[in-house]
Write a protein that binds this ligand. Structure first.
Ligand SMILES: Cc1cc2nc3c(=O)[nH]c(=O)nc-3n(C[C@H](O)[C@H](O)[C@H](O)COP(=O)(O)OP(=O)(O)OC[C@H]3O[C@@H](n4cnc5c(N)ncnc54)[C@H](O)[C@@H]3O)c2cc1C
Length: 613
């Protein structure tokens, strides 16, 4: 039995940032990750991270309020405005912090952190490290944690350990159970605080830019233990992924000026009302939908895909700012992106919903926190702006670590849990032994594939009641068939038949919450586009969907959205002109706006003492 004050599930940017905070506060912490932390999906982030640094001149200077305004608008008004303001206000500080820790951001000619335009943003606000921003940030954070840990050893890594269960009693966290994939043994961890930082759920879709590890199992663990899920129906589809493999081609390419073209070489986005102004840098949901419409009109190249054309940018700029795009186009499509257009199609990319948490990353279970893509604070609402999720990981990862530390300092530690942990372990062991004994003829790999294809076909970019209900029926049938999955290989080490069955069961829970939320949201908002209800309906649906686990499926309820800063406007473009800050006095939004920004540091200035080494 392991004993830790805090356990973090997930070694991506959110998990590592939370770990940094806990270790800094001398809290004995375990970080459990089913892959080596630096292989987390954060590593794949390309385009950049948003913060109103104002390093690129564009008329009036940028500031955090403009960033917040763009984010609220981008969320189609369903993002919580107090959370958005908190994130945007902290953004410059967190960027300079990680820059001071050594993150190699790309630079302007004057040596400042370079920023590029991204979809839905009014300013070039996305800081980047060429097109490998996630890689640069993840490695920087990992290095800093290793350095910190060298001295105080408060953090223990459990790499290639898979968390299967969260133990909750009397509405508070008591521990977790994890499977050591290398040995196949289950181990209990006693802890008072757990932070879920398990990333997105993209792989419930057959076409996704996400890593294979992004299955949603982490969310399912918290969901089954009693935490709610929020706004799961909002799934983002990215316009430009490599045709076939769906490897992401960063929005940074369009931000730098690449064109999207149809089979006659026309910039077709000009033909659609909602994209004709912003063209290639309109929000992702709009561009993705118009790409599908164009393909359906018969204007796809070879009837299959559209072209992303970087050629006008020239070899020098492409090589300097988008080297990853050149590499992936060459390796995975055999294309020279400097001289040829890249074949692209939309695919699933991001999970706006997640574990329901408040502005301090707290769930409704004491001692349970969530951060990063696994959580829904909610700062992205119905549609995330590119560059805001890397930001969310470092802002709210830190907040989750702080909140868990504060909670631990307040509670009385109890040692009465031995019996509870042992019985939970016995139960989990029995469950897994039963799975090993199964001789059924279904395969977990095949069922996973069928589930993800059903999700793509029935609850994709365009949705309607008939398709959604059919999708739910399909999912129920797949769930039934899970009982008949046989495990042929009986070995314990890296048993992927067992592993994928456990993943599949978690993914189905999540997929069900996505579909059920989508069926009940009878409107179109952000990424959730219902062809049978094409309009946004603020009167009935300006609210968060909450899904609570039950063995029969998700139980849905609703929660109000925190407004108070920007009044929801009818459409994306009108809202630009009628920005009406309300700020009712006494509202959380007003308090946030009035408080001084945490620290707008200029580069090369010293960090506050608390963050110095
Ligand atoms: C291709 C791609 C490009 C992107 N580009 C950008 C970009 O340019 N800008 C931007 O802002 N955002 C971008 N995003 C989104 C952004 O990268 C992610 O939202 C963010 O990195 C998620 O970080 P995270 O820490 O929440 O989770 P992740 O980095 O996904 O980490 C999840 C962790 O959880 C662990 N885990 C999961 N389940 C379990 C379990 N049961 N037991 C143990 N461990 C578990 C995994 O091992 C992993 O360590 C991109 C996403 C993709 C897919």
């Amino acid at each position: 039995m392991y004993n830790f004050d805090a356990v973090i599930i997930g070694g991506g940017l959110a998990g590592l940032r939370a770990a940094y905070e806990l270790v800094n506060n001398k809290i004995k912490t375990a970080l459990i990750s089913k892959v080596y932390p630096i292989r987390s999906h954060s590593n794949a982030a390309q385009g950049g991270v948003n913060a109103a640094l104002g390093n690129i001149e564009k008329g009036l200077p940028d500031n955090w309020e403009k960033h917040a305004y763009d984010t609220i608008k981008g969320s189609d008004y369903i993002g919580d405005q107090d959370a958005i303001m908190k994130m945007c206000k902290e953004a410059p500080y967190r960027i300079y912090e990680i820059e001071h820790w050594g993150c190699p951001f790309s630079r302007t000619d004057e040596g400042r952190i370079a920023q590029r335009p991204f979809g839905g943003s009014g300013f070039p606000r996305t800081a980047y490290a060429t097109d490998r921003t996630g890689h640069a940030m993840l490695h920087t954070l990992y290095e800093q944690i290793m350095r910190k840990n060298e001295k105080n050893k408060y953090l223990t890594f459990f790499d290639e350990w898979f968390v299967t269960k969260l133990i909750v009693k009397d509405k508070s966290v008591k521990g977790i159970i994890a499977l050591d994939l290398k040995t196949g043994d289950l181990h209990p961890f006693r802890t008072d605080a757990a932070i879920v930082a398990t990333g997105g759920v993209g792989r419930i879709y057959s076409k996704s830019t996400n890593a294979l590890i992004n299955t949603g199992k982490g969310l399912a663990i918290a969901y089954r233990a009693g935490a709610d899920l929020k706004d799961m129906e909002f799934i983002q589809f990215h316009p430009t992924t490599l045709y076939g493999t769906n490897i992401l081609v960063t929005e940074g390419a369009r931000g730098e000026g690449a064109y999207l073209l149809n089979n006659i070489g026309e910039r077709f986005l000009k033909n659609y009302e909602d994209s004709k102004r912003a063209m290639e840098i309109a929000p992702r949901d709009i561009v993705a939908r118009n790409m599908i419409r164009e393909i359906k009109k018969g204007n796809a190249v070879n009837n299959l895909y559209l072209h992303l054309d970087l050629r006008r940018l020239g070899e020098k700029l492409i090589s300097k700012r988008l080297p990853g795009v050149i590499e992936l186009a060459r390796k995975f499509a055999g294309i020279n992106a400097i001289t040829e257009p890249i074949p692209v199609e939309p695919a699933q990319h991001y999970t706006m919903g997640g574990i329901d948490v408040d502005i301090n990353c707290r769930t409704k279970i004491d001692g349970l926190y969530a951060a990063g893509e696994a959580a829904c604070v909610s700062v992205h609402g119905a549609n995330r702006l590119g560059g805001n999720s890397l930001l969310e990981t470092i802002v709210f990862g830190c907040i989750a670590g702080e909140a868990a530390g504060e909670y631990l300092s307040k509670i009385k530690k109890k040692n009465e849990r031995m019996y509870l942990m042992e019985s939970a372990l016995r139960e989990e062991k029995k469950g897994i032994e039963d799975l090993y004994k199964r001789e059924g003829n279904e395969s977990s790999f095949k069922l996973f594939e069928e589930m993800s294809i059903a999700m793509w076909n029935n609850i994709g970019i365009f949705r309607n009641e008939v398709q959604l209900k059919e999708g739910l029926e399909n999912l129920k049938r797949i769930k039934e068939r899970c009982n008949n999955v046989g495990i042929r290989y009986k070995g314990k080490r890296f048993n992927f038949e067992l592993y994928w069955l456990l993943e599949l069961i978690g993914s189905i829970d999540i997929a069900e919450a996505v579909i059920m939320g989508a069926i009940e949201r009878k409107e179109s908002r952000g990424s959730h586009y219902r062809t049978d209800y094409p309009k946004r309906d603020d009167e009935n649906y300006l609210k968060h969907t909450i899904a609570t686990y039950s063995p029969e499926g998700a139980k849905l309820s609703y929660k109000p959205v925190t407004l108070g800063y920007v009044v929801p406007a009818e459409s994306y473009f009108i809202s630009r002109r009628i920005l009406t800050p309300l700020l009712p006095s006494g509202s959380p939004a007003a308090a946030l706006c009035a408080a001084p920004a945490p620290c707008i540091l200029m580069e090369n200035t010293a960090l506050p003492v608390r963050h110095r080494f």
